[in-house]
Design a binder for this molecule. Structure first.
Ligand SMILES: CC(C)(COP(=O)(O)OP(=O)(O)OC[C@H]1O[C@@H](n2cnc3c(N)ncnc32)[C@H](O)[C@@H]1OP(=O)(O)O)[C@@H](O)C(=O)NCCC(=O)NCCS
Length: 306
């Protein structure tokens, strides 16, 4: 059966599957006969590269640096299909995830760093629905503000329709311009060039201790409950962790955010700016979270005017 060549069909029917276990790239010792459970090999003038399970490399005494998760794109793509590899690697690049691509006769295979495997699977699943995450650019802002107006046209607090422009629109406009704005933590979700989701995080403080505060976050109303909001939440946490941020604070539903690891901020000794927020004020401690931070959280200046 000839393989599929249409890029949109390829992306929609692509089913990423992560194989069990860790895999590594190793150089095969010159002159040694090939043996063991080799999954892929590339011969170059300089030597033979092999890809194999980490346990097998250990057994064979091979050294390696890159430890990867092997993701197979389960679709019968034609070897001459144009753009699948480019679309996949562009989406992973936007998410800051490095990947090595291997093409077999039947499928394409991606080797991504083990620590990034979960996020890579998120990116690939979103891509099957045409969704790409990337950093906001200043020229995106009018479109983001329009999206935010639609997302918050029903108040998340009262559940009632909002009259006029939602406050989140003015807040976001100010956050884009304030000193506490962090460019790489303003993230858009895009489908076919249209912005369908956005999350921003800005600098906040507990006394003199800096961390980040997430919000507002909004997804196009007609596209909610398809995982876009969750992807923006996870992407924010991954970027903040990579940037060495110690934690992320937010005000939101105690029913929604605990699934991403958020806990009531008070359980970590951090008080909300307004006591009445109670359990709605939540905190995600990241790997650098110090146990001895105590005090009241302070948002970026534009939040003070709300
Ligand atoms: C909150 C929001 C960003 C989530 O985006 P999304 O793409 O719909 O989220 P996902 O598809 O990843 O997740 C949907 C899940 O979250 C739940 N959820 C979303 N908002 C929730 C809330 N306020 N309270 C409880 N659960 C909520 C949904 O019930 C759904 O649960 P399920 O998977 O168990 O069915 C989106 O609903 C939105 O833009 N809402 C309007 C603006 C808003 O309230 N922003 C948050 C405050 S800043």
């Amino acid at each position: 059966m000839p393989g599929e060549t249409d890029l949109k069909t390829l992306l929609e029917s692509m089913h990423p599957v992560a194989r069990e276990g860790d895999f590594v790239y190793a150089l095969w010792p010159h002159g040694r006969a090939l043996e063991g459970n080799i999954e892929a090999a590339v011969r170059e003038a300089e030597g033979l590269t092999v890809v194999l399970p980490r346990a097998e490399a250990d057994k064979l005494g091979l050294s390696y640096d890159f430890v990867a998760t092997w993701i197979t794109l389960q679709i019968h793509s034609a070897l001459e299909a144009v753009g699948l590899t480019a679309a996949v690697s562009a989406a992973l690049t936007h998410a800051g995830i490095s990947c090595n691509v291997l093409a077999g006769f039947h499928h394409d295979h991606l080797l991504v760093p083990v620590a990034e495997a979960g996020r890579a699977m998120d990116v690939l699943r979103l891509l099957t629905r045409g969704v790409v995450l990337r950093s906001e650019q200043p020229e995106d802002r009018p479109e983001i503000l329009e999206l935010t107006a639609r997302a918050f046209s029903v108040s998340p607090v009262t559940g009632q329709p909002v009259e006029g422009t939602p406050v989140e629109v003015g807040l976001l406009r100010e956050l884009f311009e304030c000193d506490e704005y962090i460019p790489e933590l303003s993230i858009v979700a895009e489908i076919g060039g249209d912005i369908v989701g956005h999350a921003i995080s800005t600098r906040g403080w507990i006394g003199g201790f800096g961390l980040v505060a997430l919000g507002p976050i909004g997804v196009e109303p007609t596209l909610q409950r398809r995982g876009i909001g969750s992807a923006l939440m996870r992407e924010t946490a991954a970027r903040a962790t990579a940037a060495g941020e110690p934690g992320i604070a937010l005000l939101g539903s105690p029913l929604y955010y605990p699934r991403f690891g958020y806990v009531p901020a008070t359980s970590l000794g951090v008080e909300p700016p307004e006591a009445a927020w109670g359990e709605h004020f939540q905190l995600l401690p990241l790997p650098g979270w110090p146990d001895d931070v105590r005090g009241t959280f302070r948002y970026a200046a534009p939040f003070q005017g709300l």
